[in-house]
Design a binder for this molecule. Structure first.
Ligand SMILES: C[S@@+](CC[C@H](N)C(=O)[O-])C[C@H]1O[C@@H](n2cnc3c(N)ncnc32)[C@H](O)[C@@H]1O
Ligand SMILES: [Zn+2]
Length: 336
């Protein structure tokens, strides 16, 4: 019973006031099976108070955030409360986004995930032996992430805005997958995440690329911006089944078979690197991918040259940037 209480106290040593960086005092009003479910964190310097509800410390109030961030959080929050499935391929997929990071890299590290969604990667980091992993997200996806990681003593979820992280600079490693390009200022989110990594610690980020995605920026973006990100998510769930069905048939009947024994004939196909990479996923996962692309009000497609400037801006060393599936950029570097 005391185990979970200790877990939350572990978390406390990483938290700081998101207004003034002051230290936080904990008041517990309800603990269930030893885990703090309701309570409050109060800043000892500026007296700001942050509630803990349903087991999650809440540093962001969606009523008060800027409207563009709120719209993004609404779409993704709904998405990750609906598409809660797990898939055995998530580990391999995550390693593709994080390369050259391996599961062993996580061992004994204190890890931060910026924009954890339903917690699938927080879960993997905890499973791969992180000393502690803290997943933060602005949206109600934190409810799903909390449920997914609740039984893991080294995993913690908090609701926070990536621009106002309520955290001390105590992380050995921070990563962010598919989040920064959905922010109003992607570079600003990247810098904020980096600011929580200890000097000499590592940072990884994966973002949509501008290169090879002209067909998306020209034809899909106008539909996403004007229609699909604005309609009710339940309607989008149904509507997105049409492109998802086309994708599913193409990957199962064409891309999968033609790439079965290596690229071979497949290499002549449109967008082959990416589409063959998702061919093994089943219907639900492919539907999630399509929904995910259509629900976001904000999505930037970022060039390699621009991505490189982010790493320069934080003074990172040993930076390695790779073109992933010929449609996105993954980067890793050491924080100054
Ligand atoms: C495409 S999802 C990716 C989730 C997760 N990284 C994954 O790959 O499964 C983008 C996530 O970023 C979160 N997000 C968007 N804006 C954010 C912000 N300002 N601060 C923190 N999280 C944010 C969304 O709520 C959403 O869960
Ligand atoms: Zn404060």
């Amino acid at each position: 019973m005391l185990y979970f209480l200790r877990l939350k106290e572990n978390l406390l040593s990483y938290l700081a006031c998101s207004n003034c960086d002051g230290s936080l005092d904990l008041n517990v009003s309800n603990a269930e099976d030893g885990e703090i479910m309701e309570g409050e964190l109060r800043c000892s310097s500026c007296a700001a108070a942050f509630p803990i509800t349903s087991g999650i410390p809440r540093f962001a109030n969606l009523e008060n955030v800027e409207s563009d961030k709120r719209a993004t959080a609404a779409g993704f929050g709904w998405q990750w409360q609906h598409f809660t499935q797990e898939d055995e391929r998530y580990a391999e997929q995550l390693l593709g986004w994080l390369a050259p990071v391996t599961p062993e890299f996580f061992r004994d590290k204190v890890v931060l995930e910026g924009g954890c969604g339903k917690g699938r990667h927080t879960q993997l980091a905890a499973r791969w032996g992180a000393a502690e992993v803290i997943g933060i997200d602005l949206s109600v996806a934190v409810e799903t992430a909390f449920a997914a990681t609740r039984s893991m003593p080294n995993a913690h979820i908090i609701q926070a805005d990536i621009y106002h992280l309520p955290l001390r600079r105590r992380f050995d490693y921070a990563f962010s997958i598919g989040v920064l390009h959905h922010l109003p200022d992607p570079r600003g989110g990247f810098v904020s995440l980096a600011s929580k990594v200890k000097p000499g610690g590592h940072l990884s980020a994966w973002i949509y690329g501008a290169e090879n995605n002209e067909w998306i920026t020209r034809f899909v973006n106008p539909v996403r911006e004007k229609i699909t990100s604005r309609i009710d998510q339940r309607a989008l769930l149904q509507l997105s089944k049409i492109p998802a069905a086309c994708l599913f048939l193409a990957t199962k009947l064409v891309y999968g078979p033609l790439n079965k024994n290596g690229p071979g004939l497949g290499k002549h196909l449109f967008y082959n690197d990416y589409l063959s990479s998702i061919a093994p996923f089943g219907w639900r996962e492919q539907h999630t991918i399509v929904f995910d692309h259509l629900v976001a009000p904000t999505a930037f497609y970022i060039s390699r040259a621009e991505f490189e400037t982010w790493w320069c801006d934080i003074g990172a060393s040993d930076v390695s940037i790779g073109w992933h599936n010929k449609n996105s950029w993954r980067g890793m570097g050491v924080v100054k």
